[in-house]
Design a protein around this ligand. Structure first.
Ligand SMILES: C[S@@+](CC[C@H](N)C(=O)[O-])C[C@H]1O[C@@H](n2cnc3c(N)ncnc32)[C@H](O)[C@@H]1O
Ligand code: SF4
Length: 375
């Protein structure tokens, strides 16, 4: 299988109240030094690549927060150091406040063919509470831009936000449909330690959505998108047929390889996981030292971990777990037929001869079911 490439851009316009990704606001002055280092790291990774790239993903952080020149240099570093396979999907995450026609144009002329836009919501007070750098009108303008560009595109939304009603979530999702997206991601809010939302929660100033509201939002959101022909292919990702993000699909296949560059970026090859230093300072020193392997946190997956991973990755996808492959690759393990039968009786999974997959409320119990079936 051809490898994929993830590049982490650590800059953002503002730090959102819910986000614990390795990204920072107000560090634009560090862009020049960052570019020099990412070019160096991509040069080294290019030599590791076992073949032309299957997919590229610029994530973060916010790749559109780079200057025009910075974005152009980053794209050039990819094109100079890697070959792209025929039909290579090249995605870039973007924030409505910084995605300009000029940046979109130069990304496209450098090879980017897919944009993922962080919209989150169209509700003004929720956008403010999240600390988003844009308002609803800026989100609409950015959607006009990507939808009119002819590129493949997707938009992100968040649900179970503090104070968010079911109606507000569904209205935001419905509003998004007027741009006719072929891909949507929506995520239930996770309270991440250290974030502003976490601190507000600790101080009793933020209440999490209760379980019933969470379930209603998720299940009704899924149904709304399905009615528009945008089908779930992973717990948080939805697409019209053929528009699934191929880079994401590579992440959910234990047989794929992805290279990674930038601070906190994760790489993988069967069956080894590794992570670059997380902080910008630590990563910079590591790149300056020539990216020594001993500076990377690496973890080889043993048989038990591989088995667990297969269940978690398989169940989060609509296509489910491939039992035929598990039987062939793990002859020493037993398929948990008793647990599967109980979950079928509860209406949470369905199984064929060679697959088992989540259905209905089972999607809300993904982690618990994966723990049970892999245990
Ligand atoms: C890297 S951001 C997308 C691009 C850009 N940085 C932006 O936010 O506009 C990735 C996405 O992860 C989601 N996300 C991040 N932290 C989250 C959290 N704690 N709970 C739920 N969703 C989260 C948001 O929907 C966000 O759009
Ligand atoms: S959600 Fe996006 S824009 Fe907000 S802090 Fe996280 S990476 Fe940056």
């Amino acid at each position: 299988m051809n490898p994929s490439l993830y590049v982490h851009v650590p800059f953002c316009e503002t730090k959102c109240a819910y986000c614990d990704f390795a990204s920072w606001a107000d560090r634009g002055s560090e862009e020049e030094a960052w570019l020099g280092r990412i070019e160096r790291e991509l040069g080294l990774r290019g030599r590791d690549a076992s073949g032309p790239l299957f997919s590229v993903f610029f994530g973060g952080g916010t790749p559109s927060a780079l200057s025009e020149r910075g974005l152009e240099r980053l794209c050039r570093a990819v094109n100079d150091n890697f070959r792209l396979a025929e039909g290579c999907e090249w995605s870039m995450e973007a924030n409505p406040v910084s995605l300009t026609p000029a940046k979109l144009g130069l990304a496209r002329s450098s090879g980017v063919n897919r944009v993922s836009l962080g919209v989150q919501s169209f509700e003004p007070e929720l956008l403010k509470r999240m600390g988003r750098a844009h308002d609803a009108d800026q989100a609409r303008t950015a959607l006009d831009l990507v939808a009119g560009s002819g590129l493949r595109w997707s938009a992100d939304q968040i649900f179970a936000l503090p104070g968010q009603t079911l109606d507000q979530f569904l209205s935001s999702l419905e509003a998004l449909l007027s741009w006719k997206p072929s891909h949507v991601s929506f995520y239930g809010l996770t309270l991440e330690p250290g974030t502003d939302f976490w601190k507000q929660h600790e101080a009793g100033k933020l209440q999490e959505a209760d379980e019933d509201l969470y379930a209603d939002m998720y299940l009704q959101g899924v149904a709304l998108l399905a009615d528009a022909g945008i089908c779930r292919y992973e717990v948080s990702n939805f697409a019209t047929p053929g528009q699934e993000c191929r880079h994401n699909e590579a992440y959910w296949d234990t047989r794929s390889t992805w290279l990674a560059a930038g601070n906190a970026a994760h790489g993988y090859e069967p069956y080894l996981r590794w992570r670059n230093p997380r902080g910008l300072g630590a990563w910079s020193e590591w790149v300056d030292a020539g990216c020594p392997v001993q500076g990377v946190a690496a973890e080889e997956l043993d048989l038990e971990e591989r088995w667990t991973e297969e269940w978690f990755l398989g169940l989060r996808q609509e296509r489910g777990v491939d039992l035929a492959r598990l039987r062939a690759e793990f002859p020493q393990k037993q398929i948990p037929l008793g647990s599967i039968a109980r979950r079928i009786a509860a209406g949470q999974v369905v199984a064929g001869a060679d697959t088992v997959r989540l259905v209905g409320d089972g999607w809300l119990l993904l982690d618990a079911i994966a723990v049970e079936l892999s245990g």
